[in-house]
Design a protein around this ligand. Structure first.
Ligand SMILES: NC(=O)c1ccc[n+]([C@@H]2O[C@H](COP(=O)([O-])OP(=O)(O)OC[C@H]3O[C@@H](n4cnc5c(N)ncnc54)[C@H](O)[C@@H]3O)[C@@H](O)[C@H]2O)c1
Length: 370
């Protein structure tokens, strides 16, 4: 298969969808790998490293035109919509529930659009979201600590405290992968950490691995209201797969938070879990509403591309190999967990939560294939 890797054009996005090591695996399997010139630069991979493993370097137009499958990191932007064509496979993060415009553009393109974030394992876990969630969770705790500093507009509180001075309080809403990793770093910084979860099984697991180091509390509207009013840092880490994030923090609830507290809404890529959240970028990461600093960077792992490119491609490569080797339909037939990854196929929305989010028609994948 001809596999294209293009340079990311989203603001402050420095990751790339394939490392030279990954390119070498694909070339060795007989595939043709076309890499846009400079695509790996932001992640410290030079063009020469791709060329050395047998990949071919081209301009952006040529990569999109020749590739049967295009690998990306972030969703296509408007200038990329028209490059997609019928029959082409796009494999990238899409987060379609957050954008009707993008969903309609992909439907229009006729391409097969496979979203990293909805590919599943046999146990229902999300293997291509996990590495980025680990990184975003760890960064969220760091960002919380940083934006609590006075010169950054925060309360002027050292998250870990010192001997004789109490540490700050971190409330993590959603104890999944982001939430767990945020908690681990916040604990490491010395903060007082509470995780609000609504899955009992997940809480049992967190209790086992974090025993005694965090408070685990059942999530409810009342509990969220009470916890955030005492928090110095709130980390939004909920997920309802493929759907928009539930608005668990309303504007009136925000008014009860401390002045100079920080809200890191990691779930912003699914629309955000606070009514007041809107996406920001690494260039301009925060804004203030009702005295609360909002950190809502939609592509947090983009800040640490050397780490996140390697973590991402470790996870995606087996799927790229399967799709390139067998074709998308055969790969889906052999790995049922890849099926929910197919969000749009031949002009139809094949992922129910995306269709529901935009009130558009849903066609089950096997209905399109039949
Ligand atoms: N901004 C970024 O750069 C970035 C990067 C990675 C992930 N994310 C986002 O972070 C979010 C979390 O991802 P994840 O991988 O940790 O997901 P996950 O599925 O591992 O965890 C989500 C958790 O939220 C819990 N939950 C659902 N509803 C809840 C509620 N009402 N109250 C409390 N908990 C609730 C679930 O039980 C689950 O444990 C997602 O929206 C994901 O897209 C953002």
């Amino acid at each position: 298969m001809k596999i294209g890797v293009v340079k990311e054009i989203k603001a402050d996005e420095y990751r790339v969808a394939l490392t030279p090591a990954g390119a070498r695996e694909l070339v060795q399997r007989g595939h043709e790998v076309l890499v846009e010139t400079g695509a790996g630069q932001g992640s410290a991979f030079a063009d020469a490293q791709y060329a050395a493993v047998g990949a071919k370097l081209h301009g952006v137009e040529d990569v999109w035109a020749a590739a049967e499958m295009v690998l990306k990191v972030k969703e296509p932007l408007p200038e990329e919509y028209l490059r997609l064509r019928s029959g082409q496979i796009l494999f990238t993060y899409l987060h379609l529930a957050a954008s009707k415009e993008l969903t309609l553009a992909l439907v229009e393109s006729g391409a097969a659009c496979v979203a990293y974030e909805t590919v599943e394992t046999s146990s229902g876990a999300l293997p291509l979201l996990a590495p980025m969630s680990e990184i975003a969770g760890r960064l969220a705790a760091q960002a919380g600590a940083y934006f609590l500093e006075k010169p950054q507009g925060g309360r002027g509180l050292l998250l870990g405290g010192v001997a004789g001075v109490a540490p700050g309080r971190v409330v993590v809403i959603g104890g999944g992968i982001v939430g767990y990793n945020a908690a681990v770093i916040a604990i490491g910084l010395g903060a007082n950490v509470t995780i609000l979860e609504r899955s009992i099984d997940r809480m049992r697991y967190l209790d086992e691995i974090l025993s005694g180091r965090v408070s685990l509390v059942m999530s409810s509207t009342l509990q969220i209201e009470e916890s955030i009013s005492e928090a110095d840092v709130v980390i939004g880490a909920v997920l309802i797969p493929g759907a928009k994030a539930p608005k668990l923090i309303t504007r009136p609830m925000l008014g009860e938070m401390k002045d100079g507290a920080v809200l890191c809404d990691v779930a912003i890529d699914q629309g955000g879990m606070a009514e007041t959240s809107k996406p920001t970028t690494h260039t301009d990461p925060v804004y203030v509403v009702d005295g609360v600093t909002h950190y809502c960077v939609a592509n947090m792992p983009g800040a640490v591309p050397v780490t996140s490119t390697k973590a991402l491609t470790n996870a995606t490569l087996p799927y790229v190999e399967a799709i390139a080797g067998k074709g998308l339909m055969e790969a889906v037939a052999r790995d049922p967990g890849l099926a929910p990854g197919v969000n749009v196929l031949d002009g139809k929305i094949t992922y129910e939560a995306v269709a529901e989010a935009h009130d558009l028609p849903y066609t089950p994948l096997y209905g399109v294939l039949a």
